[in-house]
Design a protein around this ligand. Sequence first.
Ligand SMILES: Cc1cc2nc3c(=O)[nH]c(=O)nc-3n(C[C@H](O)[C@H](O)[C@H](O)COP(=O)(O)OP(=O)(O)OC[C@H]3O[C@@H](n4cnc5c(N)ncnc54)[C@H](O)[C@@H]3O)c2cc1C
Ligand code: SF4
Length: 509
Amino acid sequence: MSHPHDGVLGFSDHKADIRLSADAVVVGSGPGGAVAARELAVRGLDVILVEEGPAFSTADFRVEAGATMRRVFRESCTRVMQGNGFFPTMQAIGLGGGSLVNSAISIRAPGWALDKWASEHDTPQLGAGSLDDDYAAVEEVFGVGPTPDAVMGERNLVFKRGCDALGISSEPTPRNVRGCKGSAECFTGCRNGAKQSADVACVPDVVSRGGRVLTSVRVDGVKRDGARATGVVGWVVEPFTGRRAHRVEIDAPVVVLAAGCMATPLIMRRSGLGVSNGHAGRHLRAHPGLAVCALFDHVINPFEGATQGYHSLHFLEQGMKLEVLWGPPAILAVRFPGFGEPLKRHLVAFDRMAPFDVFTHAPHSEGEVRAAPFGDDPVISYHLDDRDAGTLQRGLVILSEIAFAAGARAVLPGVHGVPDPITRDQLHLLRDARVTAKEVTAGANHVFGTTRMGQNPRNSVCDEWGRVHDARGLYVADTGTFPGSPAVNPMLTCMALARRTARRVADDR
Ligand SMILES: Cc1cc2nc3c(=O)[nH]c(=O)nc-3n(C[C@H](O)[C@H](O)[C@H](O)COP(=O)(O)OP(=O)(O)OC[C@H]3O[C@@H](n4cnc5c(N)ncnc54)[C@H](O)[C@@H]3O)c2cc1C
Ligand code: SF4
């Protein structure tokens, strides 16, 4: 039987310096890069897709979260954005990028969010409906469909029951899976081969159409002839150590950067392309999120059921999305308060807990990514505005109300200055607390905007098709192009935009 990574070249296949040429080279194999490479290959271009990380297969995934975090994430999963607080952010390094480890939530941005892009962010061609064909095409490739009841598990169902009791709308999450078993292991990699990550859904089509896929190749810069991109240069790098082994040079008249919004602007800065107006790396936007952990009297087994199988879009236009989180022991335990006996009491009650999260599209908050003086990892800053922190606080209160309506006896709100846990009668303590960036640790794995699109070349990096304003032959196809928040989880929009950009590349030839 064929394997999704058949034909993919890895570290041990690279025996000497590499010199290649192609019609197009795509840098980064996350949802954006893999979709762009697939679309270009389908349209008959000779494509090379390069990825810094290795390929991970079902047999490589370790269900122990610590082991996965060390191997599959940048900076061993300790990456943070720093500013007026401390904001953990995760970026994967491996074939498939973030789709390897994400929860497979695949949801279209609502029309009003795209209209906001169009009106507030100078992208008039990207209003409601403009991405419908691209959304439909990538949904088909990635097998997107609502999470079936059979794999929900109690953790997802208590959330639904709580929402129903309060009259809050909720729905099964649409996800890119085929034959999901509800094992809640999406974060550590799907050992069931059910998740349609980009390496599974796209890479085989690239290879079958004659495209070349090189893993363990880190691109350092874009080759240029004046303002025209002519290829990329970089190194074969050893997995997990990053040790440089062989030089890499690829000539191509089309270069698509999809290294993720933390890496693409730095490649541009090193290359001197896309940087003339100084905006590359700025305008970093995120979806900061917080979670409550609900404590029930009956067994939930939070490690069972589809990773994030239920969500609520009820408060989306008020700036927040509510979701069920997943709960592997090693991750949940980090959230438990106290030491010694109190901590032990939480640990033994683990099977009766359900974590729920809220993220905000944080319209008032922004950051920047810059090159560090030493090493390859970036310096990332982010400022969480008090108004956006207030939205998160409101979300925590609503999540707690959902938990209590579903029968929880207490919740752990995880806010400095508010007791952990609180009962229903104490909810006012959370409601009345002053919550700013300092009182919480808001994580943000949805990041975007550092090479934003726009019509005006003075304040944006790419046009609405992902073409870099001040360079020819250079395109961007990762979440960096988002001019604003998609209001929901970003992957599907990233993929739809990447397909749209690839269509333009093919048309531009
Ligand atoms: C734990 C987690 C859960 C998430 N859950 C969801 C979810 O359920 N739904 C959703 O919509 N979104 C989710 N997200 C966010 C989503 O995964 C990202 O928005 C998405 O992966 C971004 O895609 P991208 O192509 O822009 O970048 P990435 O996925 O980051 O891919 C970039 C790729 O480029 C490679 N690369 C970087 N630099 C170089 C270089 N110099 N040379 C070569 N290759 C390079 C990287 O190794 C990486 O593989 C989640 C993210 C995380 C971390
Ligand atoms: S819930 Fe389990 S089976 Fe389903 S996609 Fe995630 S890891 Fe795979």
